[in-house]
Design a protein around this ligand. Sequence first.
Ligand code: KG4
Ligand code: ZN
Length: 350
Amino acid sequence: MKILGIDTSCDDTCVSIIAITNPKSQIPNFEIISNVVSSQVKLHAKYGGVYPSLAKREHQKNLPVVFKKTTRKIDISKVDLIGVTVGPGLEPCLWTGVNFAKELAEKFTLQIIPVNHVEAHIYANFLNYEPRRCDLFPAVCLVVSGGHTQLILMPDYGKYKILGETRDDAAGECFDKAARILGLAYPGGPVIEALASEVNINRGRASIRLPRPMIYQKNYDFSFSGLKTAVLYDFRSRSSKIRKSKEYIRAMCAEIQQAIIDVLIHKTLKAAKNFKAKSVILGGGVVANDELRKQFQEKIQKEIPNTKYYVPDSKYCTDNAAMIAVTAYFHREEATKNWQKIKVNANLKM
Ligand code: KG4
Ligand code: ZN
């Protein structure tokens, strides 16, 4: 079985084809035949964030090119199903992908599975780990990206309970906005990670201390806008010489990264303990952060060693369509001939 995935929820135009080699077995095997991501980062960099109407125009321009690249190695008539992101995301961008999927369905007589983008960030884990039910559920999932920060209890495939989410900015958004304050490039996450890695941690931590918002509150919610404001106040309080110094910027990056990691680990482990999770599953662009991946592993090993830890390969943490295709596979029973009626929902919930 072969599935074509499409994602245009934000600023990446993504198309992928995956093959499922033993779909009848309990443990399917996924092979990524092609996975093309065309990033609009350069275009949006000057705005420090994504500009929806511009992103939509780019998706319209890029989709046929990305599709052609994706299908270079494989005859499209060999594809059995299309999976496309219908939300959450930027509405004009989502429609571009959905309309493109509909054109393909018409042309090649295929059915379409509507996919939830946040769920797909969780399913990205199943691209590199063969899922064994007994090792997974109940799972506590943390999805952290530029648009989402959610802690989710997953009792089984396709079943979700939102335990907590951000009340304001998403974790990735905080990386991006903090980077902008410091005069760094967009997207901020990878830039902050690179600069933080140059710091002698002890020295870096001593000089700046940022808050860990909501860390000790009883709920599972997050808030990152206060952290961004704390970065702004600290930055403004420094002389222009210090603001421009490499030591200050590096130390600030290390502290921003550590503050976000501390909150995410604390809340996720608390949920994993409370719900006796068999596994902790991470997903979303922020999870591409090596320091976060390492510290999660260390903490899980130390505090809940019997809990399995799943994290996608770095290149499948940020937006891609292989994760859309794999999610469509798990929802394949929902394929409908009535795909003409599929609509997008910018605020789609799990
Ligand atoms: O999942 P994603 O590609 O798009 C959304 O669904 O939002 O996530 C993009 C976000 C951006 O905010 C970016 O700064 C962040 O993920 N990000 C990172 C890293 N790589 C990307 N944050 C921290 N460390 C990274 N290495
Ligand atoms: Zn995403």
